[in-house]
Design a protein. Structure first.
Length: 95
């Protein structure tokens, strides 16, 4: 195996192990088409996904999160409002 490939695989393995050890709660506002795949991918590496989508619940949910991810695919007025609140909350908590 190429030395660079081996090094990269070791780095990835170490980072995934860090995620598994931390078990971070990640709040994600996904593209609804890929929500299941996103949740499965987060779970596969040891994170705990939250997929709250409504602006009214964002303040409470973001207080419980260790990270925030937003996908702006298929935007609509409600999703933009939720993402905006999520970004504000994530910035306030420095996550």
């Amino acid at each position: 195996m190429n030395k660079n490939v081996k090094l990269n695989l070791d780095l990835i393995k170490n980072e995934v192990q860090k995620i598994r050890d931390l078990k971070p709660r990640i709040h994600m506002i996904p593209n609804i088409v890929t929500a299941t795949l996103c949740a499965d991918a987060l779970s596969a590496v040891g994170a705990r996904p939250i997929m709250a989508m409504y602006a009214e619940e964002l303040e409470d949910v973001i207080q419980q999160a260790d990270g925030f991810v937003a996908n702006l695919g298929q935007p609509n007025e409600d999703k933009i409002k939720s993402v905006h609140r999520g970004i504000i909350g994530a910035n306030e908590r420095d996550i």
